[in-house]
Ligand binder design. Structure first.
Ligand code: NAD
Length: 456
């Protein structure tokens, strides 16, 4: 199928490259000229495993290219996928990009005679495609939906494993305005072997929100239980989660399927039942807030989701409090922050707990040196906002002569650090483990002042 994708960010670029690799002809559109030039040269504007390899492949096969020319892209395609950002605006979803792009698509469809399908892939609240996108498309195209097709196709890829997720989705949800829209649109996924579920538009929209808000709920639940565990004392939350994870409803025996052995299946959901410094990224924080706002708008008090957000808001500060309990006054103390990305294998720092932690440290007068294996000084906008931060280009440079180190992102290179290494390099070996990636026993045995989430 001939596809144009509007918005070439994480979702648009990954989707475009994967759909092209699966036999479609894809044009990715963005207003950012630099991004488009980079992409057409085979360079990726984000850090994502295997994306550059696949991009080069589809560019050389000429099944993919990027452009800023929306009009030509729509004329040269049968399906347009909207994947512009839907950021948070003070707890409300900001639909300005969606509205603008719907208007532009509508104006072009006005003069296009062939049947064309518009599909929303951006995460939008239930009813947005029907009540916002559809009227704008109709107004500016001067056509009624039916003359053009309309779908809502939420995206479930995870940054860090985006290519793997987009190439092998566990399900494809197609919200359709009418049968014809869905029937034609699903052809882009003809080479994807997974269940394809057809729903109405608002159901597809809600499936995305319940997926993200359930995962966010598990994280905040795990963090609240960590606080309770700390309050009781004499319990380590890591032991609690190990005990829970072995419930066969969470990790079934493989023998259930193969008939032999005691080995377990370890479902990905278990990684969300683990205590840490909270969730971040471009999705969970904004999506939970947007769902809460919608709930209030329709007269429902979202008690669980309110608590999920509140626990998460205060979780990063727990790490700073641990530090204050150990050191006392942080004024002029050199603190290393290891990890800026909101999770490993991505350079996305949007709503990363590291930002809240750095802000709090600076407020307390600490001297902050941060490090991340893939987030570079030029990538991180907060560096501009907080010129006092030093950016180290190696772990050693970050922790050398430091009074304390806080591990915020569970990068593989941080997991490998030994207690001896911290002791050798730091002025005082105080390590705050915000992800529980180290063995408490090993660190304490080596006389590192180690404190992690979830025990007292
Ligand atoms: P992003 O901010 O990385 O990219 C959005 C892109 O849209 C930018 O490159 C921007 O320049 C472009 N854009 C804005 N207005 C435009 C216009 N008028 N014409 C052309 N391009 C325009 O966003 P993202 O992370 O890719 O997210 C996109 C959507 O997908 C959001 O709704 C998000 O919630 C959702 N989503 C994101 C993820 C994720 O992991 N990032 C996963 C699933 C769903």
């Amino acid at each position: 199928m001939k596809i144009s994708i509007i918005g070439t960010g994480y979702v648009g670029l990954v989707t475009g490259v994967c759909l092209a690799d699966k036999g479609n002809s894809v044009i990715c559109v963005d207003i950012d000229k630099n991004k488009i030039n980079m992409i057409n040269k085979g360079k990726i504007p984000i850090y994502e495993l295997n994306l550059d390899r696949l991009l080069k492949k589809v560019l050389s096969k000429k099944t993919f290219f990027a452009t800023t020319n929306l009009e030509k892209s729509i004329y040269n395609s049968d399906i347009t996928i909207i994947s512009v950002g839907t950021p948070d605006n003070n707890g409300k979803i900001d639909l300005s990009y969606i509205k603008e792009v719907s208007k532009q698509i509508g104006l072009i469809l006005k003069n296009k005679s062939n049947y064309h399908i518009v599909a929303v892939k951006s995460t939008v609240l239930p009813m947005t495609t029907e009540l916002v996108v559809k009227p704008i498309l109709e107004k500016y195209s001067t056509k009624k939906v039916g003359e053009f097709g309309l779908c809502m196709n939420p995206e479930f890829l995870r940054e860090g494993s985006a290519i793997e997720d987009a190439m092998n989705p566990d399900r494809i949800i197609i919200g359709q305005y009418d049968n014809k829209s869905g029937r034609e649109f699903v052809k882009i996924y003809s080479k994807f072997n997974c269940p394809k579920i057809f729903t109405n538009l608002r159901t597809a929209e809600l499936i995305k929100y319940v997926t993200n808000s359930l995962l966010a709920t598990l994280i905040s639940y795990s963090n609240e239980i960590a606080r309770i565990s700390e309050g009781i004392g004499g319990i380590d939350i890591v032991d609690v989660w190990k005990g829970l994870h072995l419930d066969s409803r969470l990790s079934p025996f493989k023998s259930k399927f193969t008939g032999k052995g005691n080995a377990r299946i370890k479902p990905g959901i278990l990684s969300y039942i683990w205590s840490g410094c909270g969730y971040g990224g471009s999705c969970f924080p904004k999506d939970t807030k947007a769902l809460v706002k919608l709930a209030y708008d329709i007269g429902v008090k979202p008690e669980i989701l309110n608590s999920v957000i509140n626990v998460n808001k205060t979780q990063p500060e727990e790490l700073v409090l641990y530090l204050k309990n150990i050191i006392g006054n942080l004024k002029n103390k050199k603190i290393a922050v290891l990890g800026l990305a909101f999770k490993p294998d991505t350079n996305d720092t949007r709503e990363s707990p590291a930002i809240a932690i750095i802000k709090s440290l600076l407020k307390s007068g600490a001297i902050v040196t941060c490090h991340d294996p893939v987030v570079h000084k030029k990538d991180i906008k907060m560096i501009l906002k907080y010129p006092k931060i030093t950016f180290a280009s190696s772990i050693e440079e970050a922790i050398i002569k430091a009074d304390a180190a806080i591990v915020v992102t569970a990068w593989e290179e941080y997991r490998k650090l030994s207690p001896e290494y911290f002791k050798q390099k730091m002025k005082t070996p105080i390590v705050i483990d915000g992800r529980r990636i180290y063995s408490k026993e090993e660190f304490l045995k080596e006389n590192v002042c180690y404190k992690g989430i979830g025990y007292r």
